[in-house]
Design a protein around this ligand. Structure first.
Ligand SMILES: Cc1cc2nc3c(=O)[nH]c(=O)nc-3n(C[C@H](O)[C@H](O)[C@H](O)COP(=O)(O)OP(=O)(O)OC[C@H]3O[C@@H](n4cnc5c(N)ncnc54)[C@H](O)[C@@H]3O)c2cc1C
Length: 425
């Protein structure tokens, strides 16, 4: 696979897939498995996207290793797929059937000789915030992005590439894999079609002043909960209070934190209710006696996922409260939090004290802040709006908020559309 060798100045493919999450990986695999050549381009250090950072994913509650790892295996063994990581698209010219794309490959500072032995990490004394764990812990300045990372190769945080302290890492590497003077490289890709599978980021909970995120220790977001519960996360899977690391005896899930709210995200992200119910199962597994409260406007569990909703309702210590949480305050001393909500059926103001609050923030399309550098129809919220006339193809959450199963279906369709567009060549 092409990640293993230096990239030429000009490369060609039938389809360019932008974004290496579950949607982009699926589009690339489906395209390559019918014999077409694909470039799979990811801006981050490794493939996997947001799903790689989950603890488990519904409906089957399997760990990401079961879905992402199988796809990585199919990618690794297919010579029609070329993976570019740390890659950024600068410019797109041309038209459906014949695009020319200018790509910058950012330096990893670690070359293909890396065996991921970890000797460099052991001697490195510089630390950085771990973005994979949403800042809940730190990594060394030279680090393996995560256990499933593809390519399985170390990377240097660019902020520290010029730091004298990293010279020790160069000296200890017996393979000559660390190149601190590595430079960015610009290449051109000639492709017939482009699929935008650029996915999402969590809505910034700092915008929700009333809910105390980053001011109150024991208020976290749903994506942080995924990492807390994960064996390869910052606490090795132990769900504990950020304030002092204690066990958790009561948790409050705050649904629609910023969603369905015209001051924040006017739309529903479609997965947050199920994500919170899934996370309640993480809590229940570790704390059989914990009281779990979920505050909602209405619970959305479409299609077959209704079974999951019905199942969690059997848990006597899982309390559903109708009402949107308007305010979260901290209890001095105990560091517990009080969730204040109006019951929308009775009008009653309900105050519930819990040890940990989880804000169910929604998904914001990356294309809202960083639209594709070509004429692209976007809807009011920044999702890619399909338009057969422009030849622009989106896949997965780049198109709309969806779960993994729908992303995969969408991505398979995108592969076919791209093949048809590419044939205009
Ligand atoms: C808290 C939470 C829990 C969830 N749990 C579940 C669950 O249990 N089950 C389930 O089915 N779904 C779940 N989901 C939904 C799931 O995360 C999405 O369906 C899935 O991530 C969609 O994959 P994607 O590839 O479209 O996007 P992403 O996972 O966001 O991947 C997009 C990729 O594109 C890359 N990228 C972005 N912009 C660029 C660019 N300009 N150039 C190059 N690369 C770029 C990104 O770095 C990323 O790797 C959950 C969502 C949330 C918020």
């Amino acid at each position: 696979m092409a990640e293993c060798k230096p990239v030429e100045n000009e490369i060609t493919a039938d389809t360019l897939v932008v974004g290496g999450g579950i949607s982009g990986m699926t589009t690339a695999i489906e395209t390559a498995e019918v014999g077409k050549n694909v470039i799979l381009l990811e801006k981050n250090t490794s493939l996997g996207g947001r799903v790689a950072a989950m603890n488990q994913y519904f409906p089957k509650l399997c760990p990401p290793t079961c879905g992402v790892e199988i796809n990585l295996k199919r990618i690794r063994s297919n010579s029609h797929i070329r993976v570019l990581t740390l890659a950024q698209i600068d410019k797109v010219t041309g038209s459906p059937g014949e695009y020319e794309v200018t790509i910058t490959l950012k330096p990893r500072y670690v070359n293909e000789k890396c065996t991921a032995c970890g000797d460099c990490e052991k001697v490195c004394e510089i630390k950085r915030d771990n973005d994979f764990n949403y800042g809940l812990d730190k990594t060394k300045a030279i680090y393996l992005p995560h256990l499933m990372a593809y390519p399985p190769r170390y990377v240097v945080d660019p902020e520290f590439a010029g730091d004298e302290g990293l010279k020790k890492c160069v000296e200890v590497c017996q393979y000559g894999a660390i190149e601190l003077d590595m430079q960015p490289k610009t290449i051109t890709a000639k492709v017939g079609a482009i699929v935008w599978a650029t996915g999402w980021k969590p809505y910034d909970a700092n915008n929700l002043d009333n809910l105390g995120f980053s001011k109150i220790d024991n208020v976290i977001t749903n994506v942080m909960m995924e990492r807390l519960a994960s064996e390869n996360g910052p606490t090795q899977g132990k769900i504990q209070r950020p304030s002092e690391g204690n066990e958790v005896k009561s948790v409050g899930f705050v649904q629609c934190a910023g969603s369905r709210d015209e001051n924040h995200l006017p739309y529903c992200s479609a997965v947050c209710c199920l994500a919170s119910m899934k996370q309640a199962t993480y809590i229940r597994e570790q704390y059989p006696e914990a009281e779990i409260h979920l505050f909602y406007i209405d619970v959305r569990s479409p299609g077959r996922m209704e079974d999951f909703y019905v199942k969690v309702q059997e848990d006597e210590k899982f309390h559903f409260h109708r009402g949107k949480v308007a305010k979260i305050t901290e209890v001095p001393g105990s560091k517990n939090v009080i969730l204040e909500a109006e019951n929308t059926l009775t009008g009653e103001i309900v105050k519930t004290e819990v040890e940990l609050a989880v804000l169910a923030t929604g998904m914001v399309p990356n294309s809202a802040d960083e639209p594709p550098p070509m004429e692209t129809p976007l809807d009011d919220y920044g999702f890619i709006a399909p338009d057969p006339n422009t030849g622009v193809v989106g896949a997965g959450v780049a198109n709309r908020p969806v779960d993994v199963a729908a992303s995969v279906q969408d991505a398979t369709g995108a592969a076919l559309k791209a093949i048809i567009i590419g044939r205009r060549r």
